[in-house]
Write a protein that binds this ligand. Structure first.
Ligand SMILES: [Fe+2]
Length: 194
């Protein structure tokens, strides 16, 4: 029988594999971030750990490797040259989906999108999913340098900040602000506040 004539069965999406997802997140981060130093990388790692601590405290079920991936790419829309979107949050989401298009992920696209689009939202977001609310609260802990903690232990938060020091992150934040004001000033109103 001529097997070449047989219709090919569609290949299933590659199985999700957590360690590979983390490695890929690190590779994407290193290839996309234009900043020297550990500041930006440590910011993302702190965000991951703070989010994980909130999820554990609130008993929110969410895959840890996926949370790591989201945390590592959550700001890359600010500096990505190849992703589209009205603001950097949408570009981070576009980057996420471009990089994971061929992978079956352990969460719905809707929840992942909420984590990526609302993490920097200052005002409450009605009906936000529990994982996305953990990311949003973790951003506030991060940017308040641990003054806000949402019930997390002060010593544990301090230990995390010590483990992943700020390094040059203040300089990176100045560049983030400059890029946002120059390229998409409305994001500050529409995206961060509302
Ligand atoms: Fe951030």
């Amino acid at each position: 029988m001529d097997t070449a004539a047989r219709p090919s069965t569609p290949k299933p999406a590659p199985a999700y594999e957590g360690a590979a997802l983390r490695r890929r997140a690190d590779e994407i981060f290193e290839a996309t971030s234009p900043y020297p130093g550990a500041g930006f990388r440590n910011h993302c790692k702190r965000l991951f750990r703070l989010t994980s601590m909130l999820m554990a405290k609130r008993r929110v079920e969410f895959d840890a490797d996926l949370a790591y991936f989201i945390a590592m790419v959550h700001d890359l829309g600010i500096v990505s040259e190849q992703d589209q979107g009205h603001n950097y949050l949408e570009r981070s989401r576009a980057l996420f989906h471009r990089e994971t298009a061929s992978i079956t992920l352990p969460a719905t696209a809707e929840i992942i999108d909420e984590c990526l689009l609302y993490n920097h939202r200052l005002l409450p977001v009605p009906n936000l999913s529990a994982p996305a609310e953990c990311f949003r609260n973790a951003v506030k802990i991060e940017h308040s340098h641990g003054l806000l903690r949402y019930g997390l232990d002060r010593a544990e938060v301090k230990a995390l900040f010590d483990e992943h020091p700020r390094d040059n992150f203040d300089r990176v934040l100045v560049d983030f602000t400059w890029r946002t004001i120059k390229r998409e000033p409305l994001t500050i109103v529409h995206g961060i506040f509302f």
